[in-house]
Design a protein around this ligand. Structure first.
Ligand code: FES
Length: 437
């Protein structure tokens, strides 16, 4: 593959296969950062991470370092490029903290910026007098991202000035976010801890989001874990199926029929989800205090409605995946063509008893952490495909399964859970972003 401007992107994706260069070409990765990550709405964080004026977190959107900060007005949350308007140095190195009086000081020459990104002062200001320097020129500040949007406390930003508004972009995935928040008796969630887990993958960013809805792998890649759970359940027939650990892990040893019935829904812009009526986390009888607090706020019928809405995983393409029923979000951080960091964040349901948070943390520990029973199985599979793509051991990645059997409902495609539609739908969006006139 040659330089970015020589790539024939259209030739890399066909109906039932994608070329290995989508995972292994540095030129393709560079274009992805510009055309997908530079245009889509990307998940930044949650407002509960910056509760007081001057509170901030730092992160990256694609390869762009940013600061999310609560402005000194107490209401506005700004997302700024973490770059100094003087010569471009990174301003904030901490992952989170509090900027006293809402001011950031660049560690190189000491320029000071307000929490809206504007330049406040420079040391020894006489050097800038009568030299044509305009302190109020935004170019000398920490640039504000062109678009920032907040949906029910979840902060998204776009590096592009144009495109659909946040609610239009999120589309049907808003229902998953709504459901996560509605599960809180107080109607709000908040982040727990500074970060749940940070999992470094030595492979391309797309493997993680493709695997999320690849329902053909759990019964093979996670067979050892699934078998162990089944053996435990058989050895303890006197206890019910609602045991916490079994509830979390058992589906990873589920049958092909289990995942087929779960189904997949492919939404516009690469978003999608599995599950709905059939998924995991439907045992609430073991949490009577939680049920009582929900009944008190919503009544029994609405509580049943909220808790039976049970999607397995919702992908907000390309930057995050949401589990409403377990209150967790995983965030995709591309580093290079063959390096990615997956962050796993957990949320507390405000007004819910502690055992609901324990349940969320248990899931994160058992499934999402680098030392979990499940995540390393997946990682070893991604690594093998990355190696095959880089060494040219293969030319194409196959996507034939149940090709041509999708059902179309407006701009949505549905299929049984083990269909490769889940991946084909992502590449439908990938092409739309990547091919520009
Ligand atoms: Fe920041 Fe010079 S690079 S003050």
């Amino acid at each position: 593959m040659g330089e970015a401007d020589q790539i024939r992107i259209e030739a890399l994706v066909e109906d039932a296969r994608v070329h290995r260069d989508v995972y292994a070409s540095e030129a393709v990765f560079k274009l992805e950062m510009e055309r997908i990550w530079g245009r889509a709405w990307l998940y930044v964080g949650h407002v509960s991470q910056v509760p007081a004026p001057g509170d901030f977190i730092t992160t990256t959107l694609g390869l762009t370092p940013v600061v999310m900060v609560r402005h000194t007005d107490g209401d506005t949350v700004h997302v700024l490029q973490n770059r100094c308007g003087h010569r471009g140095a990174i301003v904030c190195y901490q992952r989170s903290g509090h900027a006293k009086s809402g001011l950031f000081r660049c560690p190189y020459h000491g320029w000071i910026f307000r929490s809206d990104g504007s330049l406040r002062t420079t040391p020894s200001p006489r050097g800038y007098e009568d030299v044509g320097f305009d302190r109020d020129d935004p170019a000398f500040g920490m640039p504000r991202l062109p678009r920032v949007g907040i949906y029910r406390g979840f902060v998204f930003a776009s590096l592009s000035e144009t495109g659909p508004d946040l609610e239009t972009f999120l589309g049907e995935t808003r229902a998953t976010i709504d459901n996560m928040v509605d599960r809180a008796p107080d109607g709000e969630v908040e982040v727990t801890g500074r970060v749940g887990h940070r999992f470094r993958h030595r492979n391309n960013w797309k493997f993680f989001i493709e695997n999320l809805h690849d329902a053909m792998h759990p019964m093979v890649a996670h067979a050892a874990t699934g078998d162990a759970v089944r053996q435990y359940v058989e050895a303890h027939p006197d206890t019910d199926d609602g045991r916490p650990e079994a509830e979390v892990i058992a589906p990873f040893g589920g049958s092909y029929d289990f995942f087929d019935e779960m189904g997949f829904v492919g939404l516009p812009l690469g978003h999608g989800y599995m599950g709905g009526s059939k998924s995991i986390f439907s045992h609430y009888e073991m949490y009577p205090d939680y049920l009582a607090s929900m009944h008190a706020v919503y009544g029994e019928e609405r509580t049943r409605e909220i808790l039976s809405y049970n999607k397995h995983n919702t992908l907000v393409y390309p930057s995050c995946t949401v589990r409403d029923g377990i209150q967790s979000i995983r965030v995709v951080k591309p580093v290079s063509v063959n390096e990615t960091v997956i962050e796993s964040w957990t949320f507390r349901l405000k007004g819910a008893p502690q055992d609901m948070l324990d349940r969320t943390l248990r899931y994160s520990r058992l499934i999402n952490s680098p030392a979990s029973c499940v995540g390393p199985d997946d990682l070893s599979c991604y690594d093998r495909i990355q190696e095959a793509a880089e060494t040219r051991a293969i030319q194409w990645i196959d996507l034939h399964r149940h090709l041509g059997r999708d059902e179309q409902h407006g701009d949505t495609l549905t299929a049984i859970g083990t269909s490769d539609l889940a991946l084909r739908n992502q590449y439908r969006a990938w092409l739309d972003y990547m091919v520009v006139d």
